[in-house]
Design a protein around this ligand. Structure first.
Ligand SMILES: Nc1nc2c(c(=O)[nH]1)N[C@H]1C(S)=C(S)[C@@H](COP(=O)(O)O)O[C@H]1N2
Ligand SMILES: [Mo]
Length: 237
């Protein structure tokens, strides 16, 4: 079972968070919408006999640390690439669509133990996006931001230029749904799901890795599936 210490630090995203919201009697459309998904999360997690990786039979569990899904206008959405680059980018959705498109089919695994196999994604390889901005030689870290206003993530430049790091705009051949991070999310395929930031709107290049949202709560910055302090061996969630 889950260790108390870890539970206090938070699990991305665990029962503690869901129950906390329920305890507050969260009101409102957005909170209600999230709560209903959170409830099935709890039901799934407390089913008897769970062990090891939980196959997410119903597909993805939807997570948001803000209690809702941020809205956006496709006409005014921009993905900004800034910091230690020779060219700042401020890309519209059309700009992104005009860049070389890459498809990949990968398992998606949350650190809490559920996994969805063989998810097809498409979009722009992160390294192609970075190349368009011409990083300065001393840019060794990326700070990624979400327009939910709360979630952040990080990668080293070395990780970012792998061929399985995708700035995704489609999932299962359709535009990514709002709950899954529309219009643009990262897919950090070799890492636990918490690296795959949703509602991505900013990539800032710098000299230092700044731990992201869950990393500030104790999870590994280098979140390789099976090789970090993830808890895929335990029926957490
Ligand atoms: N902005 C944002 N991105 C996020 C999260 C979040 O709460 N907010 N949760 C992360 C976690 S812990 C996981 S497992 C995946 C879940 O993706 P999904 O909600 O599309 O299933 O999103 C990741 N990206
Ligand atoms: Mo997660």
């Amino acid at each position: 079972m889950q260790e108390q210490g870890t539970e206090q630090k938070g699990t991305p995203v665990g029962r503690r968070v869901v129950l906390g919201i329920m305890g507050l009697g969260a009101a409102g459309v957005l909170a209600g919408r999230w709560l209903s998904e959170g409830v099935s999360d709890v039901v799934a997690s407390t089913a008897p006999g769970l062990a090891g990786v939980i196959p997410a039979a119903g597909g993805f569990r939807v997570y948001t640390v803000t209690g809702g899904y941020p809205g956006f206008d496709p006409a005014t959405y921009r993905l900004n690439v800034t910091g230690l680059v020779q060219r700042d980018l401020s890309l519209t959705l059309d700009d992104l669509a005009a860049l070389p498109q890459t498809q990949m089919t990968k398992d998606f695994q949350c650190v809490t133990g559920w996994r969805v196999q063989d998810v097809p994604w498409s979009g722009v390889l992160l390294r192609d996006l970075l190349a368009a901005a011409s990083p300065e030689p001393d840019a060794i870290a990326l700070r990624l931001t979400s327009f939910d206003g709360s979630y952040t993530e990080s990668l080293t430049m070395e990780q970012a230029v792998r061929d399985d790091m995708l700035v995704a705009t489609t999932m299962y051949g359709e535009p990514i749904e709002l709950k899954h991070g529309a219009p643009v999310r990262l897919i950090a395929a070799p890492m636990y799901g918490y690296k795959s930031i949703k509602w991505l709107d900013g990539i800032e290049l710098g000299r230092k890795v700044e731990p992201g949202y869950w990393e500030n709560l104790g999870y590994d910055v280098d979140a390789w599936v099976g090789q970090s302090n993830g808890r895929s061996d335990e029926p957490v969630v």
